[in-house]
Design a binder for this molecule. Sequence first.
Ligand code: NAD
Ligand code: UDP
Length: 310
Amino acid sequence: MRYLITGAAGFLGTHLASRLLAEGHEVIGLDNFHSGAEANISRLRLDSRFQFVQHDVVTPYDIPCEVVCNLACPASPPHYQRDPIYTAKIAFLGTLHALENAERNKAKVLQASTSEIYGDPLVHPQPEDYLGNVNPIGVRSCYDEGKRIGETLCADFTRLGRVDARLVRIFNTYGPRMSATDGRVVSNLILQALQGQDLTVFGDGTQTRSFCYVDDTIHATRLLMASPKEVTGPINVGNPTECTILELASLILELTDSRSKLSFLPAAADDPHKRQPSIELARRELTWEPELELKEGLLKTIAYFDSYLK
Ligand code: NAD
Ligand code: UDP
């Protein structure tokens, strides 16, 4: 099969591309390096079944393929808040163009949506039928509302019979090849611990997240793409083991054998207080659940950043 991955130079795009190539598929990666790295593409280019197109998804494109995996969008808060109007354009126009390209080429779509569509949730854990609590005018809304309209477009294209689009709501994912500079908590804290710097905790650190190892997330997206047509999603993909940021920091200090201290900084605006996926639907419809525990996944990620620093 011929897959088009938008956002192929990013964290998840690189992993998805590697996985598809390993399965024997052809992959066209599309990216404009807005938040991704050229180095990720050089690694993929070693495979002759990989082609790369440098393009901004805000502008339409016509690329023949059988599946469009629409991942292009800055995903870390510092990146998506840097140019919020551009982020909103990417989320809306990028998704529209992915759907139009799929319709022209009779291709399926896998849309990377997010747990951010639940905002600061009032229902815990979050099932797919929870409609969310998003501040429409906050600093995170360029991304949150952008991803919500992305879901709307996918649902309408599917309802109208124009495209078979699958929606995956990805919860915080981590692992090797995360960007060292995009400011996400797992990469920040590991790099700080390894370099003997203070670990930056935003707010009092009692906010929670549920971290899923990248191989588990990618496995679930593959299962969703291969599911019968009726399994459109949205479907939560994440690890239901919830922890506070303080617990994450202390686990990272223990696993890196670091003597760094914690440095408490002001809480980020509109930062969700808690987040935990309900994965009953994924268990039932994809026969999937995450395999790697946080400790094992962190050890692999620490090993990656350790060699990155050398
Ligand atoms: P990332 O920032 O590492 O990758 C995004 C990629 O999209 C980058 O390579 C970037 O250059 C590219 N891109 C951005 N704007 C573009 C544009 N206008 N045109 C072309 N390419 C563009 O992020 P990621 O973690 O790999 O996330 C990938 C997708 O998964 C995103 O859509 C994100 O919203 C979603 N997601 C990720 C997570 C997570 O924990 N990593 C969680 C929920 C959802
Ligand atoms: N966070 C933190 N220190 C950091 C980076 C993030 O305490 O150096 C917090 C952040 O405020 C949030 C959580 O960790 O509560 C997860 O942040 P991240 O940016 O990784 O993901 P998201 O907020 O998008 O879930």
